[in-house]
Design a protein. Structure first.
Length: 272
């Protein structure tokens, strides 16, 4: 049974941009249909999606505690923010679960964790690219902080005092938000549908990325609402001490699969 919300009847109608003829036009209200379909998949998968979500909860807690006790507590906040940049690369397994449910197959944890094997080179390359986004963001964050507070110790209490209660702190937040937003937009545009597209149709890295960027351009308002929904839902999971990610990350992953289904014409070929 396929519960994927159907895209709006009108397509893009042209090919002014690369692969534009592969992309459907969607509306803002479709975002809520994707989320509803994602929640249905989460419930239908039983314990599988929840178990995969728990893996990320445990990993997040271990990394955070490890950074704190290793003296790298100043990296915790940028790392949590960076999680939003690389989030799409962590949800490939949920795409596999949704695809199994579409064809009435029983999803399994093994199918989810091994989903990257369907298109190894492209999916691994995309994962490495998003990892580079995280590294670049961490480096930029530390550099901006060091330039803003050259005499502030890198301990958690000193940093919070400097950021929240000084004018330099407000400038730091503004500059950091600007750079973070730029990186976040690039990460979102390149990863919005590229990963499920590469997994499902086995397209190459370049086609996946370019198609994703064009889909965002063609459906800009809708995709900005979708990006805001992803950040809000994932952020809610992070604010619960990572525990909520066991629910929010699967929801975003499954909903992203339905976003991909709605945005890409299923008869699209591998040629432009």
């Amino acid at each position: 049974m396929n519960d994927t919300p159907q895209p709006s009847p009108s397509g893009t109608g042209g090919a002014g941009l690369p692969y534009e003829n592969h992309i459907n036009k969607v509306e803002i209200e479709d975002v809520f249909l994707w989320l509803a379909a994602g929640w249905r998949d989460f419930k239908a998968s039983g314990i599988v999606s929840f178990s995969c979500g728990l893996i990320f909860v445990i990993a997040g807690l271990v990394m955070t505690v490890g950074m704190y006790y290793s003296g790298f507590e100043y990296l915790i906040a940028p790392a949590i923010q960076g999680f939003l940049l690389i989030g799409p690369s962590l949800t490939v397994g949920f795409y596999a679960i949704s695809r199994s449910l579409e064809v009435d197959e029983n999803p399994s944890i093994w199918k989810a964790v091994s989903a990257w094997r369907t298109n190894k080179i492209s999916l691994i390359a995309m994962g490495l690219a998003q990892l580079m986004f995280l590294v670049v963001w961490l480096r930029i964050s530390v550099l901006i902080f060091a330039l803003s507070f050259p005499y502030t110790p890198f301990d958690l209490q000193s940093m919070l005092n400097a950021i929240l209660f000084t004018m330099d702190g407000y400038i730091f937040l503004a500059v950091g938000t600007l750079f973070g937003s730029l990186l976040a937009f690039v990460a979102f545009a390149t990863g919005a549908i590229s990963l499920p597209y590469m997994m499902d149709k086995k397209v190459g890295l370049i086609q996946g990325i370019v198609t994703s960027v064009v889909a965002v351009i063609v459906n800009f308002k809708t995709m900005m609402v979708w990006a805001a929904a992803i950040v809000t839902i994932t952020g809610a999971g992070l604010l619960t001490g990572f525990i909520g990610l066991a629910f929010t990350l699967p929801l975003v992953g499954h909903a992203s699969w339905h976003a991909y289904r709605a945005l890409i014409k299923q008869e699209a070929t591998l040629q432009r």
